[in-house]
Design a protein around this ligand. Structure first.
Ligand code: ATR
Length: 290
């Protein structure tokens, strides 16, 4: 039997969510831990909604050094924290818990993770850009808040439920100088809308496995080579939206980059070292497509 890495000094990290069975976070973080020579282990914990407070308190009592938080607990953990970063406060959601003796400090690396991924892979910065966000839920909020704080010139929001788009536009306007616009599903079919935007980001779940033929009704014919189309989904790695955009000649980015960098940023906050991103993408792709 192979010798276990786990011993009495192993630091524990974890993921709180439900379900967590398909999460790639344990696979990625355990590679990062090994790569950085840290005696640690990252586990996934499926926690029922009514148990989230007990789970956070119990983790702290056990001295668990850090955790990620995913659906459906990103807001529910907030009452059990000892403090929160500006990013987490601005989006009202937490995806990273950092151990302090007083309790867990909450942060949110989702938006910053997307920005870091787009900068690393596409040389893209939000500053001065006009960005069209598809969706107005929690993921849309995290991404648009980060983009607004990084100096986006304009953020347009297109959502099935117009009131949620209007509320998000108002929240962005309150915390930044970024101009906002709300775009109806009818307007989204009009080619001229796309002349105003350089970047289009799908934050909805449309197109995620198993419903891979779903897509927000974007006017694909209006896309040009200067457009960057981003999908937060990474399963499948190329959604229908990204495939059609690529075939139309636009640039594309899948959600895998955001997934990697939200994890990289969380890992750095827990361990004070930045894991190497050079080989992780390939390892994740192999794992996702096997
Ligand atoms: P998340 O935290 O992943 O963003 P969420 O807060 O539930 O999840 O938001 C899901 C987003 O996907 C919303 O913008 C939602 O649109 P509504 O606000 O109209 O509900 C969007 N969405 C989900 N299913 C959709 C569908 N079938 N058609 C259009 N939009 C959809």
């Amino acid at each position: 039997m192979a010798e276990s890495r786990i011993d009495a000094k192993t630091k524990v990290f974890g993921l709180l969510g439900n379900p967590v069975g398909h999460s790639m976070s344990p696979f990625m973080h355990n590679i990062f831990l090994e790569q950085c020579g840290i005696n640690g282990a990252y586990m996934a914990f499926a926690v029922e909604k009514e148990n989230i407070g007990a789970a956070v308190r119990g983790m702290h009592a056990l001295g668990i050094q850090g955790a990620n938080v995913t659906i459906p607990h990103k807001e529910a953990v907030i009452p059990y924290l000892c403090g929160m970063s500006k990013a987490a406060q601005a989006c009202g959601a937490v995806n990273t818990l950092i151990y302090t003796p007083e309790g867990y400090y909450g942060d949110n690396t989702d938006g910053a993770g997307l920005l870091a991924a787009l900068e690393a892979k596409n040389g893209w910065k939000a500053e001065g850009q006009n960005i069209l966000i598809l969706g107005a839920g929690g993921a849309a909020k995290g991404v648009s808040v980060a983009m607004a704080l990084q100096g986006a010139a304009k953020i347009g929001i297109a959502n099935r439920t117009a009131e949620k788009a209007e509320l998000l536009a108002k929240q962005i306007a309150e915390l930044s100088d970024t101009r906002t616009d709300v775009i109806s599903m009818q307007e989204l079919q009009k080619p001229e809308v796309y002349q105003e935007y350089s970047t289009i980001v799908n934050t909805t779940s449309l197109g995620m496995a198993p419903k891979v033929d779903d897509m927000v009704p974007v006017c694909i014919d209006a896309l040009q080579p200067h457009h960057l189309v981003v999908d937060l989904i990474y399963n499948p790695l190329e959604t229908k939206l990204l495939r059609l955009a690529r075939e139309q000649g636009a640039q594309t980015a899948s959600g895998l980059g955001m997934f990697i960098y939200q994890g990289v940023l969380a890992f750095e906050k827990w361990n004070g070292v930045r894991p190497d991103t050079a080989s992780i993408e390939e390892q994740l792709i192999q794992r996702l497509t096997r």
